[in-house]
Ligand binder design. Structure first.
Ligand code: UDP
Ligand code: MG
Length: 324
Protein backbone atom coordinates (compact mmCIF):
# COMPACT_ATOMS: atom_id res chain seq x y z
CA UNK A 1 0.00 0.00 0.00
CA UNK A 2 2.91 2.33 -0.56
CA UNK A 3 1.61 3.98 -3.66
CA UNK A 4 0.87 7.37 -2.14
CA UNK A 5 2.49 9.26 -4.99
CA UNK A 6 0.26 7.79 -7.61
CA UNK A 7 -3.10 7.89 -5.90
CA UNK A 8 -4.85 8.52 -2.65
CA UNK A 9 -6.13 5.39 -0.99
CA UNK A 10 -9.42 5.65 0.87
CA UNK A 11 -10.49 2.66 2.93
CA UNK A 12 -14.03 1.90 3.98
CA UNK A 13 -14.12 -0.03 7.24
CA UNK A 14 -17.31 -2.06 7.43
CA UNK A 15 -18.20 -3.90 10.66
CA UNK A 16 -20.51 -6.83 9.87
CA UNK A 17 -22.48 -8.83 12.40
CA UNK A 18 -25.01 -11.21 10.87
CA UNK A 19 -25.36 -9.13 7.74
CA UNK A 20 -25.51 -11.91 5.13
CA UNK A 21 -28.47 -10.31 3.36
CA UNK A 22 -26.86 -6.88 3.25
CA UNK A 23 -23.41 -7.72 1.93
CA UNK A 24 -24.29 -8.17 -1.72
CA UNK A 25 -26.50 -5.03 -1.90
CA UNK A 26 -23.69 -3.13 -0.16
CA UNK A 27 -21.21 -3.90 -2.91
CA UNK A 28 -23.82 -3.36 -5.63
CA UNK A 29 -24.50 0.11 -4.27
CA UNK A 30 -20.79 0.78 -3.86
CA UNK A 31 -20.14 -0.08 -7.50
CA UNK A 32 -23.14 1.94 -8.60
CA UNK A 33 -21.85 4.97 -6.72
CA UNK A 34 -18.54 4.55 -8.58
CA UNK A 35 -16.73 6.78 -6.12
CA UNK A 36 -13.36 6.77 -7.83
CA UNK A 37 -14.67 7.59 -11.27
CA UNK A 38 -15.10 11.33 -10.84
CA UNK A 39 -11.64 11.76 -9.36
CA UNK A 40 -9.11 9.56 -11.00
CA UNK A 41 -6.39 10.00 -8.38
CA UNK A 42 -8.51 8.27 -5.78
CA UNK A 43 -8.68 4.59 -5.06
CA UNK A 44 -11.17 2.96 -2.77
CA UNK A 45 -10.80 -0.23 -0.80
CA UNK A 46 -13.08 -2.04 1.58
CA UNK A 47 -11.98 -3.60 4.85
CA UNK A 48 -14.86 -5.75 6.04
CA UNK A 49 -14.69 -6.95 9.64
CA UNK A 50 -16.73 -10.04 10.32
CA UNK A 51 -17.64 -9.63 13.98
CA UNK A 52 -18.35 -13.26 14.81
CA UNK A 53 -21.43 -13.56 12.62
CA UNK A 54 -23.47 -16.72 13.08
CA UNK A 55 -24.87 -16.62 9.55
CA UNK A 56 -23.25 -16.75 6.12
CA UNK A 57 -21.67 -13.28 6.34
CA UNK A 58 -18.08 -14.53 6.14
CA UNK A 59 -18.85 -16.95 3.32
CA UNK A 60 -20.63 -14.24 1.34
CA UNK A 61 -17.73 -11.85 1.84
CA UNK A 62 -15.19 -14.41 0.69
CA UNK A 63 -17.34 -15.27 -2.35
CA UNK A 64 -17.43 -11.60 -3.30
CA UNK A 65 -13.72 -11.26 -2.67
CA UNK A 66 -12.99 -13.73 -5.46
CA UNK A 67 -14.41 -11.24 -7.95
CA UNK A 68 -12.82 -8.10 -6.57
CA UNK A 69 -9.34 -6.86 -5.87
CA UNK A 70 -10.39 -4.17 -3.42
CA UNK A 71 -11.76 -6.21 -0.51
CA UNK A 72 -9.89 -7.31 2.58
CA UNK A 73 -11.80 -9.42 5.08
CA UNK A 74 -10.85 -9.51 8.76
CA UNK A 75 -12.47 -12.37 10.60
CA UNK A 76 -12.70 -11.92 14.37
CA UNK A 77 -12.67 -15.01 16.54
CA UNK A 78 -16.10 -14.22 18.02
CA UNK A 79 -18.55 -11.36 18.40
CA UNK A 80 -16.71 -8.53 20.14
CA UNK A 81 -19.21 -5.75 19.42
CA UNK A 82 -19.19 -2.92 16.94
CA UNK A 83 -16.67 -0.79 18.85
CA UNK A 84 -14.11 -3.57 18.80
CA UNK A 85 -14.84 -4.49 15.20
CA UNK A 86 -14.16 -0.90 14.21
CA UNK A 87 -10.98 -0.88 16.27
CA UNK A 88 -9.80 -4.00 14.47
CA UNK A 89 -10.58 -2.47 11.08
CA UNK A 90 -8.79 0.77 11.91
CA UNK A 91 -5.72 -1.06 13.13
CA UNK A 92 -5.39 -2.81 9.78
CA UNK A 93 -6.05 0.32 7.72
CA UNK A 94 -3.01 1.90 6.14
CA UNK A 95 -4.70 4.17 3.61
CA UNK A 96 -4.61 7.94 3.32
CA UNK A 97 -8.09 8.22 4.76
CA UNK A 98 -10.46 5.84 6.47
CA UNK A 99 -14.25 5.89 6.56
CA UNK A 100 -16.14 3.60 8.96
CA UNK A 101 -19.48 2.78 7.37
CA UNK A 102 -22.31 0.39 8.32
CA UNK A 103 -23.00 -2.69 6.25
CA UNK A 104 -26.77 -2.26 6.33
CA UNK A 105 -27.13 0.49 3.74
CA UNK A 106 -28.01 3.20 6.27
CA UNK A 107 -25.07 5.33 5.26
CA UNK A 108 -25.37 6.63 1.68
CA UNK A 109 -22.28 6.40 -0.52
CA UNK A 110 -23.10 9.75 -2.11
CA UNK A 111 -22.06 11.42 1.16
CA UNK A 112 -18.56 10.01 0.77
CA UNK A 113 -17.83 12.27 -2.18
CA UNK A 114 -18.76 15.30 -0.09
CA UNK A 115 -16.50 14.08 2.71
CA UNK A 116 -13.61 13.57 0.34
CA UNK A 117 -14.04 17.07 -1.10
CA UNK A 118 -13.70 18.60 2.37
CA UNK A 119 -10.78 16.34 3.22
CA UNK A 120 -9.01 17.60 0.11
CA UNK A 121 -9.58 21.13 1.37
CA UNK A 122 -7.45 20.23 4.36
CA UNK A 123 -9.86 18.97 7.01
CA UNK A 124 -8.56 15.96 8.91
CA UNK A 125 -11.94 14.76 10.08
CA UNK A 126 -15.21 15.08 8.22
CA UNK A 127 -18.21 14.16 10.32
CA UNK A 128 -21.44 12.97 8.79
CA UNK A 129 -24.37 14.34 10.74
CA UNK A 130 -27.73 12.76 10.23
CA UNK A 131 -30.37 15.10 8.96
CA UNK A 132 -33.29 13.47 10.71
CA UNK A 133 -33.91 10.73 13.16
CA UNK A 134 -37.04 9.74 11.31
CA UNK A 135 -36.08 6.09 11.31
CA UNK A 136 -36.07 6.18 15.13
CA UNK A 137 -39.08 5.89 17.41
CA UNK A 138 -39.99 8.83 19.58
CA UNK A 139 -38.55 7.10 22.64
CA UNK A 140 -35.24 6.53 20.81
CA UNK A 141 -35.07 10.16 19.80
CA UNK A 142 -35.75 11.27 23.33
CA UNK A 143 -33.22 8.94 24.92
CA UNK A 144 -30.60 9.88 22.34
CA UNK A 145 -31.08 13.55 23.11
CA UNK A 146 -30.93 12.83 26.85
CA UNK A 147 -27.70 10.87 26.39
CA UNK A 148 -25.92 13.61 24.45
CA UNK A 149 -27.06 16.18 26.98
CA UNK A 150 -25.95 14.15 29.98
CA UNK A 151 -22.70 13.15 28.38
CA UNK A 152 -21.73 16.60 27.25
CA UNK A 153 -22.65 18.11 30.63
CA UNK A 154 -20.63 15.57 32.56
CA UNK A 155 -17.50 15.19 30.52
CA UNK A 156 -14.84 17.50 29.18
CA UNK A 157 -15.30 16.51 25.58
CA UNK A 158 -18.36 17.28 23.53
CA UNK A 159 -19.80 14.58 21.36
CA UNK A 160 -21.72 16.30 18.59
CA UNK A 161 -25.34 15.13 18.57
CA UNK A 162 -26.58 12.94 15.72
CA UNK A 163 -23.08 12.12 14.56
CA UNK A 164 -22.24 8.43 14.53
CA UNK A 165 -19.24 6.43 13.46
CA UNK A 166 -19.81 7.35 9.81
CA UNK A 167 -17.06 9.89 9.15
CA UNK A 168 -13.86 10.40 7.21
CA UNK A 169 -10.57 10.41 9.08
CA UNK A 170 -7.19 11.32 7.72
CA UNK A 171 -4.42 8.79 8.27
CA UNK A 172 -2.83 10.91 10.98
CA UNK A 173 -6.06 10.73 13.00
CA UNK A 174 -6.22 6.97 12.48
CA UNK A 175 -2.63 6.66 13.62
CA UNK A 176 -3.41 8.47 16.86
CA UNK A 177 -6.49 6.32 17.46
CA UNK A 178 -4.47 3.18 16.89
CA UNK A 179 -1.93 4.30 19.45
CA UNK A 180 -4.46 4.75 22.26
CA UNK A 181 -3.76 1.95 24.71
CA UNK A 182 -7.19 1.50 26.25
CA UNK A 183 -9.04 -1.63 25.31
CA UNK A 184 -12.56 -0.67 26.27
CA UNK A 185 -13.35 1.70 23.51
CA UNK A 186 -16.24 4.05 23.13
CA UNK A 187 -15.46 5.08 19.60
CA UNK A 188 -17.68 8.13 19.33
CA UNK A 189 -16.00 9.53 22.41
CA UNK A 190 -12.48 8.68 21.28
CA UNK A 191 -13.14 10.16 17.87
CA UNK A 192 -14.20 13.41 19.53
CA UNK A 193 -11.41 13.29 22.09
CA UNK A 194 -8.57 13.21 19.57
CA UNK A 195 -9.74 16.48 18.05
CA UNK A 196 -8.14 17.67 14.76
CA UNK A 197 -9.51 20.06 12.19
CA UNK A 198 -13.10 19.01 11.69
CA UNK A 199 -15.80 19.71 9.15
CA UNK A 200 -19.36 18.37 9.01
CA UNK A 201 -21.59 17.23 6.20
CA UNK A 202 -25.28 16.44 6.50
CA UNK A 203 -26.77 13.19 5.26
CA UNK A 204 -30.15 11.52 5.16
CA UNK A 205 -30.01 8.33 7.14
CA UNK A 206 -31.48 5.50 5.10
CA UNK A 207 -33.70 2.73 6.36
CA UNK A 208 -31.86 -0.51 7.10
CA UNK A 209 -31.78 -2.68 3.95
CA UNK A 210 -32.47 -6.03 5.58
CA UNK A 211 -32.93 -7.24 9.12
CA UNK A 212 -33.22 -5.49 12.44
CA UNK A 213 -30.85 -3.23 14.33
CA UNK A 214 -28.28 -5.21 16.30
CA UNK A 215 -28.66 -2.89 19.28
CA UNK A 216 -31.47 -3.47 21.76
CA UNK A 217 -32.34 -1.14 24.62
CA UNK A 218 -30.10 -2.92 27.11
CA UNK A 219 -27.09 -2.76 24.78
CA UNK A 220 -27.73 0.91 24.14
CA UNK A 221 -27.99 1.62 27.85
CA UNK A 222 -24.65 -0.09 28.40
CA UNK A 223 -23.15 1.85 25.53
CA UNK A 224 -24.38 5.06 27.13
CA UNK A 225 -22.85 4.04 30.49
CA UNK A 226 -19.62 3.18 28.72
CA UNK A 227 -19.66 6.57 27.05
CA UNK A 228 -20.13 8.48 30.26
CA UNK A 229 -17.80 6.46 32.46
CA UNK A 230 -14.99 6.45 29.95
CA UNK A 231 -14.92 10.21 29.56
CA UNK A 232 -16.02 11.58 32.90
CA UNK A 233 -15.44 10.98 36.57
CA UNK A 234 -18.11 13.45 37.66
CA UNK A 235 -20.46 10.64 38.71
CA UNK A 236 -17.77 9.58 41.20
CA UNK A 237 -17.06 13.02 42.52
CA UNK A 238 -20.67 14.03 42.97
CA UNK A 239 -20.94 11.91 46.15
CA UNK A 240 -18.63 14.18 48.08
CA UNK A 241 -21.08 17.00 47.53
CA UNK A 242 -24.14 14.87 48.16
CA UNK A 243 -22.44 13.83 51.39
CA UNK A 244 -21.80 17.42 52.40
CA UNK A 245 -25.41 18.44 51.72
CA UNK A 246 -26.85 15.47 53.55
CA UNK A 247 -24.51 16.00 56.50
CA UNK A 248 -25.51 19.64 56.67
CA UNK A 249 -29.23 18.82 56.60
CA UNK A 250 -28.66 16.15 59.25
CA UNK A 251 -26.90 18.71 61.41
CA UNK A 252 -29.84 21.10 61.12
CA UNK A 253 -32.29 18.37 61.95
CA UNK A 254 -30.17 17.18 64.87
CA UNK A 255 -30.02 20.73 66.27
CA UNK A 256 -33.76 20.94 65.97
CA UNK A 257 -34.17 17.63 67.81
CA UNK A 258 -31.80 18.67 70.57
CA UNK A 259 -33.55 22.00 70.96
CA UNK A 260 -37.04 20.52 71.12
CA UNK A 261 -35.86 17.85 73.55
CA UNK A 262 -34.36 20.51 75.84
CA UNK A 263 -37.48 22.62 75.72
CA UNK A 264 -40.24 20.02 75.72
CA UNK A 265 -38.44 17.02 77.22
CA UNK A 266 -38.05 13.64 75.55
CA UNK A 267 -40.83 12.60 73.37
CA UNK A 268 -40.12 9.03 72.39
CA UNK A 269 -42.31 8.52 69.30
CA UNK A 270 -39.73 9.15 66.57
CA UNK A 271 -40.15 6.03 64.55
CA UNK A 272 -41.17 7.61 61.20
CA UNK A 273 -38.32 10.10 61.16
CA UNK A 274 -35.77 7.41 62.05
CA UNK A 275 -37.08 5.11 59.34
CA UNK A 276 -37.02 7.85 56.73
CA UNK A 277 -33.49 8.85 57.65
CA UNK A 278 -32.22 5.27 57.65
CA UNK A 279 -33.84 4.35 54.36
CA UNK A 280 -32.80 7.58 52.70
CA UNK A 281 -29.19 7.20 53.76
CA UNK A 282 -29.23 3.51 52.82
CA UNK A 283 -30.48 4.36 49.33
CA UNK A 284 -27.94 7.08 48.83
CA UNK A 285 -25.13 4.83 49.96
CA UNK A 286 -26.19 1.99 47.67
CA UNK A 287 -26.35 4.29 44.67
CA UNK A 288 -22.94 5.72 45.39
CA UNK A 289 -21.44 2.28 45.97
CA UNK A 290 -23.02 1.15 42.70
CA UNK A 291 -21.41 3.99 40.84
CA UNK A 292 -18.05 3.30 42.40
CA UNK A 293 -18.63 -0.30 41.33
CA UNK A 294 -19.17 0.74 37.71
CA UNK A 295 -15.81 2.45 37.66
CA UNK A 296 -14.02 -0.18 39.68
CA UNK A 297 -15.29 -2.85 37.28
CA UNK A 298 -13.90 -0.90 34.37
CA UNK A 299 -10.55 -0.41 36.08
CA UNK A 300 -10.48 -4.14 36.80
CA UNK A 301 -11.17 -5.12 33.22
CA UNK A 302 -8.80 -2.54 31.81
CA UNK A 303 -6.06 -3.70 34.18
CA UNK A 304 -6.16 -7.20 32.74
CA UNK A 305 -4.94 -5.65 29.53
CA UNK A 306 -6.74 -8.09 27.31
CA UNK A 307 -7.00 -7.04 23.69
CA UNK A 308 -10.36 -5.64 22.66
CA UNK A 309 -10.62 -8.14 19.81
CA UNK A 310 -8.91 -11.24 18.46
CA UNK A 311 -8.31 -11.69 14.77
CA UNK A 312 -8.86 -15.26 13.62
CA UNK A 313 -7.90 -14.64 10.01
CA UNK A 314 -7.18 -11.90 7.53
CA UNK A 315 -8.15 -12.60 3.93
CA UNK A 316 -6.46 -10.33 1.42
CA UNK A 317 -7.61 -10.08 -2.18
CA UNK A 318 -5.77 -12.41 -4.59
CA UNK A 319 -3.76 -9.61 -6.18
CA UNK A 320 -2.43 -8.49 -2.79
CA UNK A 321 -1.51 -11.91 -1.45
CA UNK A 322 0.77 -12.49 -4.44
CA UNK A 323 2.85 -9.48 -3.68
CA UNK A 324 3.57 -10.52 -0.11
N1 UDP B 1 -22.29 -4.54 14.27
C1 UDP B 1 -21.14 -5.25 14.58
N2 UDP B 1 -21.10 -5.93 15.77
C2 UDP B 1 -22.14 -5.92 16.65
C3 UDP B 1 -23.29 -5.15 16.33
C4 UDP B 1 -23.32 -4.47 15.13
O1 UDP B 1 -20.19 -5.29 13.81
O2 UDP B 1 -22.04 -6.56 17.69
C5 UDP B 1 -22.34 -3.80 12.98
C6 UDP B 1 -23.54 -4.14 12.11
O3 UDP B 1 -23.32 -5.29 11.33
C7 UDP B 1 -23.69 -2.87 11.27
C8 UDP B 1 -23.22 -1.79 12.22
O4 UDP B 1 -22.45 -2.43 13.23
O5 UDP B 1 -22.87 -2.89 10.12
C9 UDP B 1 -24.37 -1.02 12.83
O6 UDP B 1 -25.25 -1.92 13.43
P1 UDP B 1 -26.82 -1.70 13.43
O7 UDP B 1 -27.30 -1.36 12.06
O8 UDP B 1 -27.43 -2.90 14.07
O9 UDP B 1 -26.95 -0.46 14.40
P2 UDP B 1 -27.79 0.88 14.23
O10 UDP B 1 -27.73 1.26 12.77
O11 UDP B 1 -29.14 0.53 14.67
O12 UDP B 1 -27.09 1.85 15.12
MG1 MG C 1 -27.97 0.20 11.13
Amino acid sequence: MENHERFLLIQLVVPCFNEEANIIPFFEELDKADLAQAESDLRFEVIAVNDGSKDQTLKTLLEIQKERDDLTVIDLSRNFGKESALTAGLSEAGGDAVIPIDADGQHPFATISEMVALWRQGYDVVLAKRNTRDTDTRLQKWTARLFYKAHNQLSDINIPADVGDFRLMDKKVVRVLNQLPENRRFMKGLFAWVGFRTATVIYDVQPRSYGQTRFNTWKLWNLALEGITSFSISPLKIWTYVGVVVAFLSFLYASYLVATTLIYGTDLPGYPSIMVAVLFMGGIQLISIGIIGEYLGRVYIESKNRPSYIIADIYKPESKTDSF
